[in-house]
Design a protein around this ligand. Sequence first.
Ligand code: CA
Length: 230
Amino acid sequence: MTNKKILVVEDEEALVTLLEYNLRKEGFSVSLARDGEEALLKIDEEQPGLVILDWMLPKVSGIEVCRRLRAMPETRNLPIIMLTARAEEADRIRGLETGADDYLTKPFSTNELIARVRAVLRRIRPGLVEDTVTYGDINLDRSSYRVVRNGKEIHLGPTEFRLLDHLIQHPKRVFSREQLLNAVWGSEVYVEIRTVDVHIGRLRKALTKHDKGDPIRTVRSAGYSLEIDA
Ligand code: CA
């Protein structure tokens, strides 16, 4: 699934290796950053579903990365688990106040970390760990590849399905065409940017087939978002 991607931001090589190995084993795709600056770049480029963020980092500290992510609308709700060597209660509170969703003090077991990752995902983005996700009158089921809108089944091609799956995980968030290309086609593949418009067009047509309102908002020169009026 596109958003089972976790960005690990840590500068201790041994811990990076351990986390990468164990997260992959659990079925997550893992991306790595060694300092705060690289972390911010990768989050922007790769849009991970969750960030594991070390407190002590070169260049930009973990706490500062966390603060900046919370200040930007596109990353305001990005799940963050902070790692730290400090066990002081004051630091723990500061970390959570800055906007981290959970907190782990080193040393921790990998089982503990995986459990926290799953717990945070379940709490913040149920759509990432569940088979079905619902937004407004749209229901998407990943196990059966079915989409239902207002009780009626919607038939989508695989690309439209993945597009909707991506959009529905972040309702109202505007994605640029480049971001959608990365998320749905992958950054390795060369696809023309206009291809996104074509598939958005098909998705829109399918979703509005039964005279329901158009849930896809086109934001001029910015991109697309999924938005259903309450
Ligand atoms: Ca560190």
